[in-house]
Design a protein around this ligand. Structure first.
Ligand code: TA6
Length: 308
C-alpha cells in the first residue's frame, strides 16, 4: 500500500485517531503530525515526514528531546532534533547524508492504546520512485513507536527482493540535557570506536564515564545492551536489542557553525547517543525480517542517584 497524498491521506488517517490519546493534524507547513498522550500524561509528537519523533515530554511538559531552535520544519529537509531515522545509509555516501528514510513520508499502519496506558503507533515506508533511484531494492520498513514514561522504538526491515540487502540504520536521538558540561555517558568503557574526526581510525575507549568537552563524533561497536546518560537535571537509561553499535556526537562550537539549522549555542543543550547498526553494515537475505529495538527511560533524580 503506497502512502496516500493530500486530503485522501488525511481522511484515511483520521480513522486511526484515538480520542484523548492520539490525534492527527498538519503542521503549519502542512506536514502530517501525530500527537500521542499516554494515560499518565506523557506526550510525544511524531512527524510522518521521516517517521521522526520530534518531541517527547513529561506530564509537566518538560522536553526530554532536543529540537534545534532553527530546525527546518518545511517537510523538505531533515529535521534537526528529536529522533531522526537513519536508513539505509549512515553518514555520507552515494545517497544524501543518513539516507532517504528521514526525508520520506511514511504511512500509518496501526494505532493502539495499550493496556499499560502507553500509546503505540506503527508506521511503514515502502519503495517509491525516489527511493528506487537512490536504492534499487524492494523492501518494507516499519517503525513502531510506544510513548509513555519510557519511549520505545522498534525498527523492522523485510527484504522483498531476491538479492541480499546491505544497509546501515540508526536512531539518531538528540537528548535534551541541562548543560553539556554536566553530561556524563557511561557504558562505553573498553569498547572499540571508530573516530569520525580522524578518518574513522579505530581506538579503544579507556573511560568508564565520558564527559563532553569538545567536538566528538564516534561510532562505538559491539556496545552493551544498556548505556546511561546523566546530565544536570535528569538522567537517561538507554536499552537496546539488535543494535550492535552506538554513536556519540556533539558538534561543539566550530562544527556547529557549519549547520544552518543549528543555533550557535545549541551544542550546549544536547548530546546525541544513537543506537545503530553501522560498522559493519547489515547484510539481509531475502524474506527474513531484521528487527532492532531501543528503549529510553528517564529520571529527574540527581546524577549521583541516577548513576547507581
Ligand atoms: O551521527 C553523527 C553524524 O554522522 C555527524 O557526523 C553529523 O554529520 C551528524 O550525524 C548530523 O548529520 P546530518 O546529516 O543530520 O547533518
Amino acid at each position: 500500500m503506497s502512502t496516500p497524498s493530500g486530503d485522501e491521506a488525511q481522511l484515511r488517517w483520521r480513522g486511526f485517531e484515538i480520542s484523548g490519546h492520539l490525534r492527527i493534524s498538519r503542521s503549519p507547513t502542512g506536514v502530517p503530525m501525530v500527537s500521542l498522550r499516554s494515560t499518565d500524561g506523557h506526550t510525544a509528537e511524531v512527524s510522518l515526514f521521516g517517521a521522526q519523533v520530534t518531541a517527547w515530554r513529561t506530564p509537566t511538559e518538560e522536553d526530554l528531546l532536543f529540537m534545534s531552535t532553527k530546525a527546518d520544519r518545511s517537510g523538505s529537509r531533515p529535521i534537526r532534533g528529536g529522533i531522526p531515522v537513519v536508513f539505509p545509509q549512515f553518514g555520507s555516501g552515494p545517497m544524501p547524508s543518513h539516507g532517504f528514510a528521514r526525508v520520506s513520508t511514511w504511512d500509518i499502519r496501526e494505532t493502539t492504546l495499550l493496556p499499560s496506558g502507553d500509546v503505540q503507533l506503527r508506521l511503514a515506508l515502502e519503495p517509491t520512485a525516489k527511493t528506487r533511484e537512490l536504492w534499487p531494492h524492494n523492501f518494507t520498513c516499519e517503525l513502531l513507536v510506544v510513548a509513555g514514561a519510557t519511549l520505545k522504538l522498534r525498527f523492522t526491515l523485510v527484504n522483498l527482493g531476491q538479492s541480499d540487502l546491505e544497509f546501515q540504520c540508526a536512531l539518531h536521538t538528540y537528548f535534551a540535557i541541562g548543560e553539556i558540561d554536566s553530561v556524563r555517558v557511561r557504558g562505553l568503557e573498553g569498547l572499540t570506536y571508530l573516530d569520525s574526526l580522524n578518518n574513522r581510525a579505530r581506538s579503544a575507549e579507556p573511560r568508564s564515564e565520558i564527559a563532553i568537552d569538545g567536538e566528538i563524533d564516534r561510532i562505538y561497536t559491539q556496545v552493551p545492551p544498556t548505556l546511561n546518560i546523566t546530565g544536570r537535571d535528569r538522567a537517561f537509561t538507554l536499552r537496546s536489542s539488535g543494535f550492535p553499535d552506538a554513536v556519540l556526537w556533539n558538534p561543539w562550537i566550530e562544527r556547529s557553525k557549519r549547520f544552518e539549522d543549528l543555533g550557535a549555542e545549541d551544542y550546549l543543550r544536547f548530546v546525541c547517543v544513537e543506537a545503530g547498526a553501522i560498522a559493519p553494515p547489515v547484510v539481509l537475505p531475502h524474506g527474513i525480517p531484521w528487527r532492532a529495538s531501543h528503549e529510553i527511560a528517564y529520571s529527574t533524580a540527581s546524577p549521583q542517584q541516577a548513576a547507581r
